[in-house]
Design a protein around this ligand. Structure first.
Ligand code: HEC
Length: 118
């Protein structure tokens, strides 16, 4: 019986499956998405020289910020949801919904956290 144990343990190791696949976060892809979506039209975005819009708040130092738009806890999942569809995430916000996929919005959130550090 004892000799069987290691065998059983290896047999229990779950095979890699699609359901367990964690989508990779990619900061560089986040920057691409920011440029495509045109966030700079309304925001100063760290690492983006142009454009530097002023109608939205600056996104510099976002990792150190306590709240998103003054009302939502600044957590990666909430930030990604807000970036993708702000009005659905925070009713009454003046930030528009953006044309981003879920994975792009996660990349954008990662970019804001990574480039906000000083
Ligand atoms: C048409 C203008 C416009 C565009 C384009 C835009 N935003 Fe915004 N954004 C705003 C405004 C206005 C606010 C302030 C909303 C509020 O306080 O309710 C805001 C708020 C935010 C916030 C919260 C800022 C804070 O200090 O809490 C984040 C993060 C954000 N935008 C990210 C983005 C990203 C990323 C993009 C591109 C994918 C983008 N925005 C595109 C106008 C825009």
């Amino acid at each position: 019986m004892r000799a069987l144990l290691p065998l059983l343990l290896t047999a229990c190791k779950p095979p890699p499956s699609e359901a367990q696949h964690m989508p990779q976060i990619d900061v560089a892809r986040g920057k691409q998405a920011i440029m495509h979506a045109g966030c700079g039209a309304c925001h100063v975005v760290p690492g983006l020289r142009w454009p530097q819009g002023q109608s939205g708040p600056s996104l510099e130092g976002f990792a150190d910020q306590g709240l998103i738009a003054g009302r939502l806890p600044n957590r990666p999942d909430i930030l990604a949801a807000y970036i993708r569809n702000a009005p659905a995430t925070l009713p009454g916000t003046t930030m528009p919904a953006m044309s981003l996929s879920e994975s792009e919005s996660r990349d954008v959130a990662a970019y804001l956290y990574a480039s906000g550090k000083r």
